[in-house]
Ligand binder design. Structure first.
Ligand code: THU
Length: 145
């Protein structure tokens, strides 16, 4: 989508981490009992949150990261994601699943990705490292006439 080179400040990371922790409290995870919270920083410096929302059909479960992206777009017309922070109340951090990597890529192919947990470990990386060779908007061209 856009170049997206914005690097969150330490203060913005602190806000993202707090927002992700709060979002995990809203998780609807009666089946897995695995609560996830996500917070995204958009291109205008606004923070949006999401949590996982499971379903009795299991397969229709929506991850926290995708919930955050869809809510941000629907509520605020978010155009660009600069960073995402994922929190799980676990001993080790949780990286975004493949489906979420693809959805995040649409709005920020080089965004910063951080995953935090209740243990000491954290993941600090970028989306292009997690999803190399991504398929995205740039690959959709007009079909040859
Ligand atoms: N989950 C997320 O919300 N984000 C991830 O990146 C990994 C998995 C959720 C989906 C499901 O509700 C639960 O965690 C267990 O897979």
């Amino acid at each position: 989508m856009t170049s997206n080179q914005h690097v969150p400040s330490n203060e913005q990371w602190a806000e993202l981490e707090m927002a992700a922790r709060l979002a995990a409290k809203q998780a609807y995870a009666p089946y897995s009992k695995f609560s996830v919270g996500a917070a995204i920083l958009d291109g205008n410096g606004k923070i949006h949150i999401g949590c996982n929302v499971e379903n009795a059909s299991y397969g229709l479960t929506n991850c926290a990261e995708r919930t955050a992206v869809y809510a941000a777009r629907a509520n605020q017309g978010m155009q660009e994601v600069a960073a995402v922070c994922i929190y799980t109340p676990t001993d080790t951090p949780t990286p975004p699943c493949g489906a979420c990597r693809q959805v995040l890529n649409e709005f920020g192919p080089t965004m910063r990705v951080r995953a935090i947990c209740d243990g000491d470990e954290m993941i600090d990386t970028t989306l292009d490292l997690l999803l190399p060779g991504a398929f995205g908007p740039k690959n959709l061209q007009e079909p040859a006439a």
